[in-house]
Design a protein around this ligand. Structure first.
Ligand SMILES: Cc1cc2nc3c(=O)[nH]c(=O)nc-3n(C[C@H](O)[C@H](O)[C@H](O)COP(=O)(O)OP(=O)(O)OC[C@H]3O[C@@H](n4cnc5c(N)ncnc54)[C@H](O)[C@@H]3O)c2cc1C
Length: 288
């Protein structure tokens, strides 16, 4: 089994921040992955499974659990008619490319999100009106030391939320693969939508080390706009900076620490509360 000697969480998150943990496993096949899950379950050891690490902010402290990163697991993509099956390690971009080739619509907007299928389902990913749950049929999960199928109606889900985010380090439920029922569509139309979304992102969101949006939008207001109205665009602390392009993005500009991020996150939350009476909810998952 591939266990990183480094144990550095910064190395496996997009924002490049995080202390160490008990050990990082990087299985290469689904079989290895499941074997490892069973082993940790049997030994009653604490662990967290992560995907591409693009929605996570770990503190710089030591974290007393193991981490399994799914990013090196060989991707499996298959289809029968308009039903597609993706392993949890499949990136949303790979899923889109597979669908494009097969003239199936459902991933052309999601493809612009840098996560994988497991991470996207667990974090309830969505963008530009397309949600990972829209076409989900069922999931294969590891639960209670068994492999089970859960149908879409049994999955507790919400806006950027799901039942998998309960953050239990002992015996958590883990996504192994997912089935989606998609609509047949002209590939040119699918590609056009993908390119339009990418162009919109380029125009409105910064490039750099981040975890995407820090806070969830409220039902009526954009969190970024609220932070912007507080005059916080461009605000720096240590090596971290609130993006000048999109105030809901905080960038690791120059070897930022967790404390640098924590300061700016707290500042934005406090100012929005003071100015508008709105309690912003975290979109990023913060693990202290
Ligand atoms: C530049 C940028 C832009 C972004 N834009 C968007 C956007 O438009 N919309 C959006 O929704 N998000 C966005 N994000 C956030 C993030 O990319 C998404 O939430 C993404 O779906 C997370 O996937 P991941 O594989 O990186 O998950 P991770 O960050 O690795 O994990 C997220 C959560 O899922 C859990 N998890 C991961 N894999 C599994 C599994 N197999 N079984 C059970 N639980 C699992 C983890 O334990 C963790 O709790 C953006 C991020 C960045 C950096």
């Amino acid at each position: 089994m591939n266990r990183n000697v480094e144990t550095s969480l910064a190395a496996i998150t997009s924002v490049k921040i995080g202390g160490s943990c008990l050990g990082i496993f990087m299985p290469k096949t689904n079989e290895e992955f499941i074997k490892l899950l069973k082993k940790l379950y049997d030994k009653n050891l604490p662990f967290k499974v992560i995907g591409n690490g693009t929605n996570l902010l770990f503190s710089d402290d030591f974290h007393p659990f193991f981490v399994i990163s799914t990013r090196k697991i060989a991707k499996k993509m298959s289809k029968r008619d308009n039903l597609v099956k993706f392993s949890s390690s499949t990136t949303l971009f790979d899923a889109y490319q597979f669908c494009l080739k097969n003239g199936l619509s459902g991933f052309e907007k999601l493809a612009s999100i840098p996560g994988n299928i497991g991470g996207a389902i667990a974090s309830g990913a969505s963008c530009y009106g397309e949600s990972i749950f829209d076409n989900l049929e069922n999931l294969t999960v590891f639960q209670d030391n068994k492999i089970k199928t859960i149908s879409k109606n049994k999955i507790e889900k919400g806006y950027h939320n799901s039942f998998f985010l309960k953050n239990r380090f002992y015996h958590p439920e883990i996504i192994i693969s997912a089935n989606f029922k998609l609509k047949t569509t002209d590939p040119c139309k699918i590609q056009k939508t993908y390119l339009e979304v990418c162009s919109k992102r380029k125009q409105t969101q910064p490039f750099g080390r981040s975890f995407g949006c820090t806070f969830k939008n409220t039902t009526t207001q954009s969190a970024g706009l609220l932070i912007d109205k507080c005059g916080l665009k461009g605000q720096c602390h240590g090596g971290a900076k609130i993006s000048e392009q999109h105030a809901n993005f905080i960038l690791n500009q120059n070897n930022a620490t967790f404390e640098d991020f924590d300061f700016l996150i707290d500042l934005a939350k406090r100012k929005v509360k003071e100015n508008f009476g709105i309690e912003l909810e975290y979109d990023v998952e913060i693990i202290k």
